[in-house]
Design a protein around this ligand. Structure first.
Ligand code: SF4
Ligand code: SF4
Length: 93
């Protein structure tokens, strides 16, 4: 997916072309693997994976994430935090 204004999350003014984005950080040690966030994600870029006998949510496609925060809002356990990430040119958002 090409970088676009659809990924703008309010970090910078989009008018001058500076685009910031937030991505979900999943605190896997507290994730129950319930899957609510996976079901809530519109583009389907979250999935459940089993690591060391524990099932937890994983963002498997960062480029496909729109930064909509629906996963953060849907998680009943407050496991997901939206965090600013680097811009395409490498500067901090
Ligand atoms: S921020 Fe939106 S698009 Fe990104 S993983 Fe969460 S629900 Fe999916
Ligand atoms: S909704 Fe929360 S607890 Fe459930 S799988 Fe997603 S991150 Fe884990």
């Amino acid at each position: 997916m090409a970088w676009s204004a659809a990924r703008y999350s309010g970090g910078d003014c989009p008018v001058d072309g500076a685009v910031g984005v937030k991505l979900p950080h999943i605190h896997t040690s507290r994730c129950t693997g319930c899957g609510w966030c996976v079901a809530a994600c519109p583009p389907g870029v979250l999935s459940l994976q089993v690591v060391a006998w524990r099932k937890h949510a994983v963002l498997h496609d960062e480029q496909g994430c729109t930064g909509c925060s629906q996963c953060e809002r849907r998680c009943p356990f407050g496991v997901i935090t939206m965090v600013k990430t680097e811009k395409p040119d490498g500067r901090q958002a």
